[in-house]
Ligand binder design. Structure first.
Ligand code: UDP
Ligand code: MG
Length: 316
């Protein structure tokens, strides 16, 4: 059996060497064929030279792909999965937040016949605000989305060859991998581990990007938000009808008076805002159609090592 480790790296100069050392120590003790697939996601620091050096040092067990610019973690993972030739693939962060020592346990579970082995993390290394917000987010999102998304379940997981082939065959441009992993299904098992703090360097997530990621998650998997818009519209129209009857009744009973400036303004502004939200929602879906219809590749490769030639210029 051959094991592939896929590692997306964006400006990970500070930890890459340490990561490589620790993972090789673990892999070396496994008595199993292995390869490391590094993906340099358009880093602007010394990540790529470091990868070159590692590939020089361990020619047969290292591959890398370097993107022409920063495309994001999802495309980086996709590139890694396309690169990997192993019978099973483990996706890991370069910052050692995913302890390499867990690989043995993951492999034990894989050998029991599971296609996806998911390492679910506790949020010890995270800031409290982020933890709380994430909890809320998952509660909200799971009531929306058809596939099950779990808190703490990230990209740290093993995928069997079957699962990898299923994932790489999905052609969509907008990849929300948390959802995709869950969407493909197969025999899945989850176990808990304690998350380590980042060893060096800094997180690539800014608060804004987390919010965008959140919206992506809600919109990527269904059209239910649009249905909510329909219900909201129906509800408001019914309320407006009732209110109209009430005003007419009041006028018939007590004569016509014309106060209500504030009410009018509030209603107009409120409804205007709601309409903009709904329009934005529709726009989001149209934007997604727009991106899908361009059929651009997910990433462009500028340099690679250990890569079969036909894969150098990726196509969908
Ligand atoms: N990463 C990437 N491209 C990006 C952002 C992040 O390949 O645009 C990689 C990063 O190098 C790391 C992993 O994704 O290996 C997780 O990133 P990070 O540790 O910053 O995220 P966090 O652990 O804080 O969620
Ligand atoms: Mg991290």
């Amino acid at each position: 059996m051959k094991l592939s480790i896929v590692v997306p790296c964006y400006n990970e100069e500070a930890v890459l060497g340490r990561f490589d050392g620790r993972i090789r120590a673990v892999l070396g003790s496994l008595a199993m064929e292995y390869e490391l697939c590094y993906v340099d996601d358009g880093s602007t620091d010394g990540t790529l030279p470091r990868m070159r050096a590692l590939a020089q040092q361990h020619r047969d067990t290292t591959r890398y792909v370097s993107f022409s610019r920063n495309f994001g973690k999802e495309p980086a993972i996709l590139a890694g999965l396309k690169e990997a030739t192993g019978d099973a693939v483990i996706i890991m962060d370069a910052d050692l937040q995913h302890p390499p020592e867990l690989i043995e346990k993951i492999l034990d579970l894989y050998q029991l016949g599971h296609d996806q082995v998911i390492a679910k993390r506790s949020r010890d290394g995270d800031r409290r605000l982020r933890t709380a917000l994430t909890r809320m987010y998952y509660r909200a999102v799971n009531s929306w989305v058809d596939v099950e998304l779990a808190d703490g379940v990230g990209d740290f997981r093993l995928l069997s060859r079957t699962a990898v082939d299923a994932l790489t065959s999905l052609p969509e441009y907008n990849r929300f991998s948390k959802g995709l992993f869950s969407w493909i299904g197969f025999d899945t098992i989850t176990f808990d581990y304690r998350n380590a703090a980042r060893e060096a360097g800094e997180t690539k997530w800014r608060f804004g990007s987390l919010i965008n990621y959140g919206i992506d998650g809600m919109l990527s998997f269904n059209c239910r938000p649009l249905r909510l818009a329909i219900y909201a519209g129906l509800g408001l129209a019914s309320l407006a009808t009732l209110y109209t009857f009430w005003i007419i009744g009041a006028a018939l009973a007590g004569g016509i008076s014309t106060p209500g400036y504030v009410t009018l303004v509030a209603i107009i502004v409120g409804l205007g805002g709601l309409q903009m939200v709904m329009l934005g929602l529709i726009g989001e879906y149209i934007g997604r159609i727009y991106y899908e219809s361009k059929r651009r590749p997910h990433f462009l490769v500028k340099e690679s090592h250990g890569t079969p030639a036909q894969r150098i210029h990726p196509s969908r």
